[in-house]
Ligand binder design. Sequence first.
Ligand code: ASP
Length: 437
Amino acid sequence: MTKAWYKKLHWQIIIGLILGLIWGLVASVSGFAEFTTDYIKPVGTIFINLLKLIAVPLVLASLVVGVTSLNDATKLSRMGGKTVGIYIVTTIFAITIGLTVVNVLQPGDFLPDATQQDLMANYQQNIEGSSQRAQDVMDRSFMSFFVDIVPSNFFNSASDNGNMLQVVFVAILLGLGLIKIPAEKSKSLINFFDSLNEVIIKIVDFIMKIAPYGVFALMAGVIVDLAGDDITQALNLLGALGWYCVAVVVGLLLHVIIVYSSLFKIFSKMKLSDFFKAMQPAILLGFSTSSSSATLPVTMERAEKNLGVDEEVTSFVLPIGATINMDGTSLYQAVAAVFIAQALGLDLGIAQQITIVLTATLASIGAAGVPGAGIIMLVIVLQAIQVPVEGIALILGVDRILDMCRTAVNITGDAAVSVAVAHTEGLLGDMHLEDDE
Ligand code: ASP
């Protein structure tokens, strides 16, 4: 017997999101904002913490198991080359689409002067921290990216989800070591990681059972944070920045439709609609958490169970993707940079637009998979094209909403590339579109 539609996980998550939105709006107009912040928002935090809790052990266990089942170690470097190559190409396409949309729609010309001055005055003090953090990233040398991948102490890496590339590195090393020692010595450790892997996947199922409540709480919290006790102010802001938001969202949609369906046409025979059916819960979770890292366990689970991507691929391609592949973020950075320039009356020539392609690629690689990382790294793009960093004040007020949209696309991009890599390696199995959680 097929399940009633409303019992399906993705519908439950969508219902949770909508109810959260309604609750947030009602709470803001009826004086329940504080209650929501004190008692409902923490439920969302618990939900995100649960997801983060299992991310490091999951990546470690599944990648060790993945590497030990490789019958050919050169496959790993081949897969690595392909993964990074496709990640960079899709990112460049994303930025190009962002630049095209923002140059056609010209959203900066629609921002009223009075609103511009108000925004600059209100959000100015929030920018200094971002500039400093982005500056710290810029000050690092090219080689420090590679130095940072190799930890001097594994327990330090495992204690911070921001060190995912270090965990990936250690897992590969461990897996390669396990292949090289006699089977009777490696067996027990491999079995250990195998069981750990299975158990964590079971825990992902448990966590997904509370996902609709988690996203309800997250959504209610976001709306109350945005609206506070004066929803009209938030709506006015959204109205004034409406064209800018439209430009980002249209760019993201075009990217998904054009780039990912082409990717599927070239590398597999998967239909974009089937891909979405399989990945929906992960994409919706990315939308509600605004964090690729927190969503990673669910992205991995869905890619494996529902898209049919082999664990050898998901355990390798997806943690790297959650750290460095952010198509949504790079597209948003391109739109935001040009929007700020337009609003401040600065003309950007072709050379500056090319600089945006280069810097937004780097800035999105450097952005962590956590809420708000993309706007911090936007500083790098603005500095490179000599647009005042203070202009970020113009877009801060609506950033959380756009963060949700771009994170959903970041996750979509990671999973789409895992399909492409799996297909070229002969590691793409059958799709499984029904939820059986
Ligand atoms: N929140 C995004 C992510 O986790 C990064 C960003 O701020 O753009 O993928």
